[in-house]
Design a protein around this ligand. Structure first.
Ligand SMILES: [Zn+2]
Ligand SMILES: [Zn+2]
Length: 241
């Protein structure tokens, strides 16, 4: 295997109620599995706000939101492992999830309540600033994909507890070959970790660098399963897509 493995879709117990592994523990597990880094993509959606936003102070919301990332980054710095900041947005209209990259803490603080608009409004406002990847677009319970609101999709989401229908995500990207394609574990609890990711040609140190890697099609989906999907992705790349 050539390159450096990163998982662009992970959660922390500090921030995400559905996360059961503390951030430092997640980092340690990825180090053991031979990964070079991960992106913390904790959930940011109206339901989260209703739990956290008790004094209607966005900076307080962000202090809580970033606590998982900070704990992850601290552990990553201690062990020489790259921890990058991302976010998983969900908007009031339905339960579809959108991974957002190319952000920093200030961007999150400067754009309060961005998860309270629609997915299309979010794309229209931010599409030239951030990278928007549809997480598990065909997971059971998902609403129809809004192709005009995304830059790409996870063609492999290898979370073991959800029927993700990755084959349909691949087919979506075959219909829209301009879409960027990624893979991730969607790590929430024991046993989720390091089941998918992307291979990068070099190590990266922030969310902007990850966005660039995806946009220049240098982030190659990686997974030990779903070899058929990986082969189809490789074939598309060969055609220059
Ligand atoms: Zn979750
Ligand atoms: Zn997730």
């Amino acid at each position: 295997m050539q390159g450096y493995l990163y998982d662009p879709h992970t959660h922390t117990a500090e921030t995400s109620r559905c996360g059961h592994l503390p951030a430092a523990e997640v980092v340690d597990r990825y180090v053991k599995k031979g990964f070079s880094g991960l992106v913390v993509t904790d959930h940011l959606h109206p339901e989260y706000l209703s739990r956290i936003d008790t004094d209607h102070n966005w900076d307080h919301v962000m202090d809580h939101y970033l606590s998982g990332y900070h704990a992850s980054k601290k552990r990553g710095d201690e062990v020489g492992f790259d921890v990058l900041l991302g976010a998983e947005f969900r908007f009031p209209e339905n339960d579809n999830d959108y991974l957002v990259y190319g952000i920093d803490e200030q961007w999150l603080r400067n754009n309060p309540y961005a998860c309270c608009m629609s997915a299309q409004e979010f794309f229209d406002k931010f599409h030239d600033q951030v990278l928007i990847i549809h997480a598990h677009p065909f997971r059971e319970g998902s609403a129809p994909v809004q192709e005009t609101a995304i830059h790409g999709a996870e063609i492999i989401n290898n979370n073991p507890r959800h029927p993700n229908h990755n084959d349909l995500a691949l087919a979506l990207c075959q219909r829209y070959p301009e879409f960027f394609r990624t893979a991730g574990s969607d790590t929430h609890r024991d046993g989720d970790e390091a089941r998918a990711g992307v291979l990068l040609p070099e190590r990266i140190h922030d969310s902007y660098a990850y966005k660039r890697m995806v946009e220049t099609r240098q982030a190659l989906p990686w997974c030990q399963e779903f070899q058929d999907i990986l082969a189809a992705d490789a074939a598309m790349r060969k055609e220059g897509k």
